[in-house]
Design a protein around this ligand. Structure first.
Ligand SMILES: *[C@@H]1O[C@H](CO)[C@@H](O)[C@H](O)[C@H]1NC(C)=O
Ligand SMILES: *[C@@H]1O[C@H](CO)[C@@H](O)[C@H](O)[C@H]1NC(C)=O
Ligand SMILES: *[C@@H]1O[C@H](CO)[C@@H](O)[C@H](O)[C@H]1NC(C)=O
Ligand SMILES: *[C@@H]1O[C@H](CO)[C@@H](O)[C@H](O)[C@H]1NC(C)=O
Ligand SMILES: [Zn+2]
Length: 955
């Protein structure tokens, strides 16, 4: 619905230009496009009768008293021990008793019984499934509950995303999908005011920044390092203002953040779910075991204790937990009584007031308190719940799923772009009915904190992968339809999904689609049997398939050679290469390889840590899906000597290193490439010695890194990390390796005055810098014990193709540059890995853009919104002062952006596209001054003098 752009309509064509500043904020627009259909003048919807949802619907509190906000809630994992669908229906209750459909049925029923009652719901993936099955009557009833603030959505994304292993573009997409459903269904009363990440295992600064830009007023979570929590309790700093960007001008990325008192569980003794054993309130004095006095006393004791570690006379209690409220009567019946009996004591002088509440009602009271709050500048990684229990293993757990999720994100962006460029024929064309919706949903589910994180059971991981594969299939039809419409040919399309292991049907034409808004050059390797080929517009070279690749294919392809060539593809477009065989026969012997670049020569090792099996004097904690705990701080080197094969031609130089039957590596340098490629292949990890293993790649350099290294946050801004140090408290380090691991989503680096060594990864991984000049990244893990955090299985991955243990292959791209210009290389490099070209066949060159976007601007989203509108996100991708050349304001002309679409109007929205930008207002919070110790160097300190951009500057 385009309500805001009528005044621009009279212009047939006009120039819209937008300045993106290095404040690094994405601009989100709805573009009204001229496609085939005639566009009528949009009518502004008159607002419905004004409902009393949101802050207006909160129960009154008592100013002079301690107000206890009881928040009834359920935590419904979008897959974990059971698949998302099993959880919805309550199937496989033998694994875990949990059925979300019954929870929603029961809660709605109980909310209707007493208008004072409140409930919050979080995961739109489940709510959407339930809603579709309700009658009109029930839907109207639920709308009324929402309009009266009795049922309130918090967070509201499709799932509660993981924060350590997700990429910001996929998080924004999944939030957009959930929030759009809520707005479409409930209008403004469906818009959550509060972000709610009660379970993720550590918290990323980029998530906080995104939530701020999505318009949330506050954020609550449950898990943080136990030392950090203890200090914050004593200092009453469990509620704070998180300044989540070093580039955005405050308060753009400021987010009020609160730590919940008891994870997300009820206080001890007060769990009244059917899954709990706490005594119900027995309030008939004529019956045995009357316990009202006891319950009230215990409750007052807990409330007073909790008030000591928070700042205001309001405290919050989370009354619920995993999959609770399936029989909501139990909870509500006892909560009604608790409120009545505790508040009755006020006539005897008690100063405690209990009420049904929601996180936003609690937040409103904190805001009314008009206090100043401590400022937080770094993030909440790594998370340890005890001295030897660092949740840093899941940064790497299930590396194959993590890669599949990342490449699926890239394919989804391609699919959405081609849906826009192809128009309606993309969804119904010569190849049948295609859609982007299936992959959107599969990707949204995959962002859940037990999905891409790798902390689910094996059968659930298989289900996530199956859902993604199904999404790919739907997108492939869409893509084929668009291609045939753009090219006028309906020849069948061939997709190469296993090029990384040299398995692909042989084709005579090779096509590459580039989802980036700038041209890219990309190396392609096609499996072939011939020894010489001619390629239109490119020089190709044939090299033999390596021993490692032949082994990894496991009978899925038999080509003996690979044809290598560099392809160029236009922005948002295709190019085509036709390949023809010139010669069959044995390949000419490869010439010896010249030295690899100095800085990394002989300094890349593959090593492993033996996983702790719990047999240890300090702690019985084992390594598992969540937790990384090596049993010694010195890793073992796989082999000091490698069987080496080298080759060199005009396209590439390679050193192929075979360290052992389960570890090999190719050090590869393409001609004209900006980075050295390390292609690692690890597995099956041997377990014959009954020890789990955590395999790392370590780069040792002479860079004087002084205990400091840098990692990205969800693929966006970069944070400084310092060994055995946390910016906000005095760390007692108890795990010298695991306690120094951080999530790496797309890149990490070390540097000194002269050099910066950057590693760009192709998926999320964990890593650290344990010695100066050294950077290690965990590649693969195979573990024999469960780490007792709930998943109940050892992380011991096998598959049909690899019954002896999963084999995983991936790439690291290394670049060495002077620190001042390093970002100019690693930003575009990381982006090319995240949004990588996909190859498919197509007959001519085509670009969806009229002009290349400036290098500082990234086209984050192009996606069909409704029939005549397209959602567009543009971001300035450089942090302030990160690059001399690119951390500058730039201007983009939207009117002349697309080659096949006319832009008729533009409307700006918030980051999650569920609010018009000019309607976006957030609560403002005051920060204490002088409490901002991020421990960063001057170089990374404050930024941009430029203020916020005005909406729409029409020229
Ligand atoms: C909030 O506190 C400030 C002082 O810090 C005071 O000037 C202001 O009037 C207060 N606002 C309200 C609404 O109480
Ligand atoms: C290459 O030759 C092998 C037999 O050596 C055959 O199995 C395979 O199908 C051929 N592959 C291609 C791509 O021609
Ligand atoms: C790990 O997987 C292998 C291969 O399936 C199996 O033989 C072994 O028993 C498993 N070990 C554990 C501890 O699960
Ligand atoms: C949200 O929904 C309302 C009611 O349907 C609609 O008027 C409004 O335009 C929607 N907001 C956005 C940003 O789409
Ligand atoms: Zn969870």
């Amino acid at each position: 619905m385009i309500g805001k752009i009528h005044k621009q309509m009279s212009h047939d064509s006009w120039l819209f230009s937008k300045m993106a500043t290095p404040e690094y904020t994405p601009f989100v627009f709805l573009l009204l496009l001229f496609q085939s259909s005639v566009w009528g003048v949009p009518v502004c919807q008159t607002p419905q009768e004004s409902p009393t949802c949101g802050y207006k619907s909160c129960h009154a509190t008592k100013p002079g008293m301690l107000n206890v906000h009881l928040v009834p809630h359920t935590h419904d994992d979008v897959g974990w021990l059971k698949t998302v669908d099993q959880y919805f229906y309550g199937d496989r209750n033998d694994i875990q008793h949990a059925g979300v459909q019954y929870i929603l049925d029961s809660v709605v029923d109980q909310l209707l019984k007493n208008p004072d009652r409140r409930f919050i719901y979080v995961e739109t993936a489940f709510f959407y499934r339930w809603w579709k099955q309700q009658t009109d009557d029930m839907q109207n009833t639920v709308k009324q509950l929402v309009n009266e603030g009795r049922l309130e959505f918090v967070n509201g994304g499709w799932c509660m995303s993981d924060e350590a292993t997700t990429h910001y573009s996929a998080v924004i997409d999944q939030m957009t999908m959930g929030l759009r459903f809520l707005n479409d269904t409930f209008g403004h009363c469906g818009r959550p005011r509060v972000a709610w990440h009660i379970d993720p295992f550590g918290h990323a600064r980029e998530h906080a920044s995104m939530f701020a830009q999505m318009g949330y007023d506050g954020f609550f979570f449950g898990r943080l390092d136990y030392q950090d929590r203890n200090r914050r309790m004593v200092a009453r700093e469990q509620e704070m203002l998180w300044r989540a960007s070093e580039s955005l001008t405050p308060p753009m990325a400021d987010l009020f953040t609160g730590i919940l008192p008891n994870g997300y569980n009820p206080p001890e003794g007060f769990c009244w779910d059917q899954s709990c054993d706490d005594p119900p309130i027995r309030d008939d004095p004529d019956l045995e075991d009357y316990n009202v006095d006891d319950v009230v006393t215990r409750f007052l004791h807990i409330a007073h204790g909790q008030a000591l570690v928070y700042k205001t006379n309001h405290i919050i209690m989370t009354m619920g937990s995993d999959f609770q409220y399936e029989n909501a009567n139990l909870w509500y019946k006892n909560l009604d009584k608790l409120i009545r009996y505790v508040n009755q004591m006020q006539s005897n002088g008690s100063e405690v007031n209990v009420l049904y509440s929601t996180p936003s009602c609690y937040l409103q009271e904190l805001h009314r308190a008009n206090l100043t709050w401590p400022l937080k500048g770094d993030d909440f990684f790594p998370y340890a719940d005890s001295a030897h229990d660092f949740w840093t293993g899941y940064f790497t757990s299930r590396p194959a799923l993590k890669r599949y999720e990342r490449i699926s994100n890239s394919y989804l962006q391609t699919c959405k772009q081609l849906e826009v460029l192809g128009g309606p024929i993309s969804r119904k064309g010569p190849f049948g009915a295609g859609d982007s919706e299936t992959l959107k949903k599969a990707m949204a589910v995959a962002q859940h904190h037990d999905a891409v994180s790798g902390t689910e059971k094996q059968h659930v991981a298989n289900d996530y992968a199956r859902k993604l594969a199904n999404g790919w299939a739907h997108c492939q039809v869409l893509v084929s339809n668009t291609l045939s419409s753009l090219s006028g040919s309906s020849a069948p399309r061939v997709y190469c999904e296993h090029l990384n292991i040299s398995v692909c049907p042989l084709t005579e034409t090779m096509n590459v689609y580039n989802p980036l808004a700038r041209p890219v050059s990309w190396p392609v390797r096609l499996p072939v049997n011939g020894t010489a080929y001619s390629i239109s517009d490119a020089k190709g070279k044939v090299v033999p398939v390596s021993q490692a690749t032949a082994a990894v294919r496991q009978g899925r392809g038999y080509a003996v050679n690979e044809l290598l060539f560099q392809v160029q593809a236009p922005p948002l477009g295709y190019s085509t290469y036709s390949v023809s065989l010139l010669q069959n026969g044995p390949p000419s012997p490869p010439s010896p390889l010249p030295r690899a670049p100095k800085a990394v020569q002989n300094k890349v090792w593959v090593l492993w840590y033996n996983a702790s099996d719990g047999n240890n004097s300090e702690s019985i904690q084992m390594s598992g899906a969540y937790i990384f705990r090596p049993n010694t701080s010195t890793p073992f080197i796989i082999s000091k000597t490698a069987k080496i094969e080298t080759l060199q031609n005009s396209v590439v130089q390679e050193v192929r290193q075979w360290f052992s039957p389960w570890v090999s590596q190719v050090v590869r340098l393409y001609t004209d490439s900006r980075a050295l490629e390390l292609e690692w292949t690890v597995g099956p990890v041997p377990i014959g010695d009954d020890l789990g293993k955590e395999v790392i790649s370590r780069l040792d350099s002479s860079i004087n890194s002084s205990g400091v290294f840098y990692t990205d946050s969800n693929g966006r801004e970069v944070l400084q990390r310092r060994k055995d140090y946390r910016p906000t408290w005095n760390l007692r380090q108890s795990e010298p390796i695991a306690g120094n691991y951080y999530p790496i989503n797309s890149r990490a680096y070390i540097k000194d005055d002269k050099d910066q060594l950057t590693v760009v990864t192709d998926r999320s991984q964990g890593g650290g810098s344990i010695q100066d000049g050294s950077l290690e990244i965990m590649l693969h893990r195979r573990l024999l014990y469960d780490d007792v955090r709930g998943v109940g299985e050892p992380l011991n991955e096998t598959s049909d193709i690899y019954p002896e243990g999963l084999v995983v292959r991936g790439r690291h791209l290394l670049s060495l540059s002077p620190p001042a210009t390093a970002a100019d290389t690693h930003r575009p490099l990381a982006q090319e890995v995240v949004l990588q070209p996909s190859s498919m066949d197509f007959e001519k060159e085509f670009s969806g853009l009229q002009a290349v976007l400036p290098p500082a601007v990234h086209l984050l989203t192009v996606s069909q919104w409704d029939q005549d509108t397209v959602l567009l996100r543009l971001e300035h991708q450089y942090q302030a002062s990160e690059s001399k050349e690119h951390s500058q304001p730039v201007t983009v002309n939207l009117q002349k952006l697309f080659s096949t679409l006319d832009v008729l109007g533009v409307s700006e929205m918030n980051l999650s596209a569920n609010q018009w930008k000019d309607e976006m207002t957030r609560l403002d919070w005051k920060a204490e001054s002088g409490t901002h110790h991020t421990g960063v160097t001057n170089q990374l300190c404050l930024l941009s003098p430029l203020g916020r951009m005005k909406t729409a500057d029409l020229l």
